[in-house]
Design a protein around this ligand. Structure first.
Ligand code: ADP
Length: 446
């Protein structure tokens, strides 16, 4: 019996162990199947996501290609030449028009240093073409301004083949910005032969008309002078006053005709600049002394602020530079009230980058909205027209052209109702010499 019980317990143990084992194997198996199923599901989801991503990428690729095609067709059908350079001044993008303007092909030009592809230079300075162009690119890269040259600036363009003739060009050079930093330049240019021709025709007309007007005006002036100086012929006081008035107006007309003639000469680059070593202090004093009698008749005070130390002689074309300073002073007087105490200050100073002459007045000032137009031909502010009806709007335009072609700077600061200061800055080396067939005609007559 005992033996039977012992045998039974052994059999039960065995069954128990087998049952437990089956249970454990079952549980483990169940878990593995669950994990495998889970992994299959995750994999399927990942595959689905990948498929969707791939689809998105494909759509984005098509969109990018569409945009690139659009951009390519815009760039290649542009009516202006486009030249994009990197910071090493290598052409990275050249459009069809640039290729044909430069008598080459975009593929020939792309990748080359820009100096080997093109040069833009000023008509009257063919030497150092490359350095002029590289200078312009550097100026555009370092900013802050976009460089613009219109037909009136007389810029020329020459392609890589020196045998082709250079043509007049209008251009814009802007910095190529990447993340707000300059990474090269974008140049847009076009052939401006037609505009130049039209401009030349206008200038020729003005020049011929001014010439024709000058002759009768000179005769009128002579005769009026003779009448005024003739002591034997008795003129009544009234008659004398009439003649004086006519004489003054005819002189103004001579000045206007001269201004027109000068505009056309300066625009066509025909005015020569002949700098001679000049003591600027004496030079300014001489100009000012011509205005003292006029100022003494009004309540205006005149101050000349001299430099702290005597300046060395500076090369300037005295006729042209006098024209600029005369214009500043005439305007300072014209646009400040004669009946109120106000001061016109002329200052000469040595600056870091040259010699500066400034003329400050306490007059009507220039309205902010008009300030960007002040150097435009024939521009006059409304407040200036009210204050003085007799201006022509040519003086500052002429001054600007003189200073530009002489390598000098000209600018102003002004506040409406508070006055203005006009500045002329001569470089340390003085005014730049320039050859030309014409001298400057006459000057302003007050
Ligand atoms: P004009 O004085 O003969 O009109 P300018 O070319 O010399 O021509 O000047 C152009 C315009 O600039 C003037 O009409 C006037 O509006 C403005 N301007 C120049 N100088 C001054 C100044 N000192 N004060 C106020 N406005 C000025």
């Amino acid at each position: 019996m005992l033996q039977f019980l012992f045998w039974l317990s052994q059999q039960l143990n065995l069954v128990f162990i087998i049952a437990i084992s089956v249970l454990v194997v079952g549980i483990i198996g169940q878990r593995s199947i669950y994990q495998i199923q889970r992994q299959i599901r995750i994999r399927k989801e990942a595959e689905e996501k990948m498929r969707l991503y791939a689809k998105d990428i494909e759509i984005a690729k098509i969109e990018i290609e569409k945009q690139k095609d659009q951009l390519d067709s815009i760039v290649s059908s542009m009516g202006e030449g486009l030249l994009v350079c990197d910071d090493k001044k290598r052409c990275i993008l050249v459009n069809q028009m640039a290729g044909s303007l430069l008598r080459s092909t975009p593929s020939d030009l792309a990748g080359k240093p820009v100096q080997e592809c093109v040069s833009f230079f000023q008509a009257n300075d063919k030497e150092g073409r490359q350095s002029q162009f590289v200078g312009l690119l550097e100026e555009a890269m370092t900013g802050p301004d976009i460089i613009t040259k219109a037909a009136v600036d007389h810029f020329f363009c020459q392609g890589p083949d020196d045998h082709c003739t250079a043509f007049p060009v209008a251009l814009v050079i802007a910095p190529l910005l990447k993340k707000g930093k300059s990474a090269g330049t974008i140049t847009l240019f076009r052939d401006s032969t037609r505009e130049e021709r039209i401009d030349e025709m206008k200038s020729e007309f003005v020049s011929v008309a001014s010439h024709q007007l000058r002759t009768p005006l000179t005769v009128i002036n002579w005769n009026l002078e003779m009448l005024l100086e003739e002591k034997t012929e008795k003129l009544s006081t009234r008659q004398e006053q009439y003649i004086k008035d006519v004489y003054k107006e005819s002189q103004r007309m001579v000045a206007l005709v001269n201004d027109l003639l000068n505009v056309s000469r300066l625009q066509s680059g025909r005015v020569k600049i002949e700098p001679v070593a000049t003591d600027l202090e004496d030079f300014i004093e001489d100009i000012i002394s011509a205005y003292r009698p006029l100022l003494s008749q009004s309540k205006r005070a005149f101050i000349f602020k001299r430099p702290k130390r005597r300046l060395p002689a500076v090369p300037v074309d005295r006729i042209l530079f006098r024209q600029v300073i005369d214009n500043f002073i005439t305007n300072a007087i014209r646009y400040s009230p004669a009946d109120k105490n106000s001061t016109v200050t002329v200052a000469l100073a040595k600056m870091k980058d040259g010699y500066q002459v400034s003329v400050t007045d306490e007059g009507i000032g220039i309205p902010l909205a008009d300030q960007e137009h002040i150097f435009e031909k024939l521009f006059r502010s409304d407040n200036a027209r009210l204050a003085a009806s007799d201006g022509s709007g040519l003086g500052l335009y002429i001054s600007r052209m003189i200073m530009d072609s002489g390598g000098c700077k000209l600018w102003f600061e002004s506040k409406e109702g508070h006055g203005s200061t006009f500045y002329a800055l001569l470089p340390v080396t003085g005014m730049r010499e320039k050859s030309g067939e014409k001298k400057f005609a006459g000057g302003k007559v007050e």
